[in-house]
Write a protein that binds this ligand. Sequence first.
Ligand SMILES: [Ca+2]
Ligand SMILES: [Ca+2]
Ligand SMILES: [Ca+2]
Ligand SMILES: [Ca+2]
Length: 575
Amino acid sequence: MSVLGCGNSNQKHPESEATSPIDVKLVDDSVTPADQALSDEQRSHLWDVEHLGFVIERTVFPLLKQGMNSGDFSAWELATNKTCVVVPVETIQPISHLQNQVSQTSSNRPDIHSDSIPLMRWLEQLRSHFDPTANHCRSSIGLVRLIPTERDELAGSFNSVWRMRIAGTKDSKPVELETEFALTLSNVSEDVGTAADWIQGVSVINQRVISSQQSLFEDWTARSGLVSEGRRDNWNEVAFKPNTGGVYVTDYDEDGHLDVFIDDLDDGNRLYRGTGQGTFVESTLKAGIVRSEDPPLWALSCWADFDGDGDDDLITEDQLYENLGNGTFKEITDHTNLPLTPAAGYAIGDYNCDGRIDLYVCHTSAYRAGQEQKSRVKWIDDGLGIDNVLLRNDGDWQFTDVTAETKTGGNGSSCFSAVWINANGDRWPDLFAINEFGRNSLLLNQKGETFLESDVDPVFGGFSMGVSAGDYDNDGLTDLYVANMYSKAGNRILANVDTSEYPQELFDKINEGTKGSKLYRNRGDGTFETISPEDSVAYVGWAYGPTFFDLNNDGWLDIYATAGFKSVKRGEPDG
Ligand SMILES: [Ca+2]
Ligand SMILES: [Ca+2]
Ligand SMILES: [Ca+2]
Ligand SMILES: [Ca+2]
C-alpha cells in the first residue's frame, strides 16, 4: 500500500492540537502584525468599553433572562427611567446603519412617538407570546453594540444594541421570538445590575415571531439504532481535536433506503444499513469494512462511484473500498495510486466530462511529511501555503494529480470545504473552494483543461469555513451559502474603532470578517450577487458545515446551519 505522508505506520495518535497527524515543517513567513496594530490609546479605549459590555452581560442579562422565564419583570423597574418608552419597529433604521454612527439611535426621540409604550409593558408583550408557566422560555441575549455617545467620556451616556432570542411554547405549540433593539443608556457603571434609572429609551430595530402547529422534527436518536456512545467527545478529553469525524449518507446496497457511514477518531468506522423504517442496522463487518483496533490517524471519508459501475465506492481515511454491488465491499487500497493523505474535505465531480468521477481534495495543513506550512498567518488575506489538489480519474483506480496544469490549487489557502457547481451555464463543472483566512476561490472551468480564478465577493468574503450549493430561489441557477465567522464581540469592538486608523479598503475587510455567513445568488454568467447580510442567514456564530435542504418539502430549499468551536462550558455556546 502506498500512502504518501502517513509516515511510520506505528505512529501513535498525536495528543496535540495539531490539525495534521504528520510531521510538518513550519516556516515563519515574517508576518509583521505591528504594521496593523492600533495605538496603545486606541487599544486601551476598546478594552475599557468592552469591560463595561462584560459587566452588562454578566449582571444585567441574567436578570432579563430570569424575567423572560418567570414573566416577572419587577427587577427592571429600578433600572428603567420613568420617562423610558419603547418605540415600535416601524420607525427605526436597520442595524447596518448604526455601524460607527453613534447618533443614529438617539436621534429617534422615543418619548415623542405616539405608538410608544413603557418598557415594562413591552417586555410583558414579548413574554405574552409564550405560555405563562415559569421556565417555559429559553432565551439568549447578546450585546451587539455598546458605543459611548462622546467617544472619550466613558462615564457618560451610551448607545447600545441588544439582540434577544426566545424559544418556548404557546398552547403547547412551538414559538420562537427574535428581536433586536437599541437602548439609550444614561451611564454604564460597575454596579449597573442594581443601579437605578440608567435605561432611558428603547427603539426596536426588528422583531419577528415564528410559530408552528408542531415541531418539524422529533428526536429519534434513541430509536434509530445509530449509536453515539464511544465517539470522540472533546468535552471529556484533555486534548482538543478540531475534526473528530463525519457522517456520510448514500444507498450503498441500492435497496432504495439511505444508509449511513460514520467515521470517528475514537470509535473508528461504522456502516449502518437503512431499513426504510427510520431505523438502522449496523453492517460494518458484514459489508467487509474493517474496524481497526487502533483509532484512525485522521477522520475523513467520501462516497463516490469511482469505477463508474453505478454503485458508490468508499474512501475512508487511508483506505479505499470497491463496492461489489452485492452489499459488500473489497478493500483495494493496494490497487490504487490514490494519494490517501490527511485532508479536510473532498468534493467529487467529473471536471473533464469524460464520464469518470474526479476528486478534489481540500487541505488545511501540510499532508506530507516534511511539507512546509506557515507557522502563523496574517489575520486577513492569507493562507497556510498548502494547495488543494485535483486528482483526475484515469480509470482502473488510477489517478493523476492535475492541480498545476488545471490551476486549481487555491493559492495556498486553508480550505475545509469545496463544492462543484455550474456557475456560468456552460456544461463544464466549476469549483468553489473556501479559504479560512483569505479570499475564497471560484474556479471557472475552461473546457476541462484549465480553470480561471474568480471570486464571488466584492470585498473579501469573511473567514469562511463551510459551503453549500443549491438553487434557493428556484430560478434554475445554483447559488452558494458560505459559512463564515460571526462575532458579536468583533462587531462591538469594530464599532468603537476609529476608522481613520486603517485604510478604508483594509477596514472594510476587517469589518467583513465579523459579519457572519453569506448568501450569494448566481447571476448565471459566472458572477454572483451578495444577498443582504441583514438577513438572518448571517448570524449563525462560528459557522461550519452548512447545507441547503428542503426541510418541509415545500419545494423551496431551507438552510441547516451549524455552529460551534470551543465554548467555555458545554451548553453555553460562545459567539
Ligand atoms: Ca440502502
Ligand atoms: Ca462503484
Ligand atoms: Ca473525469
Ligand atoms: Ca438560484
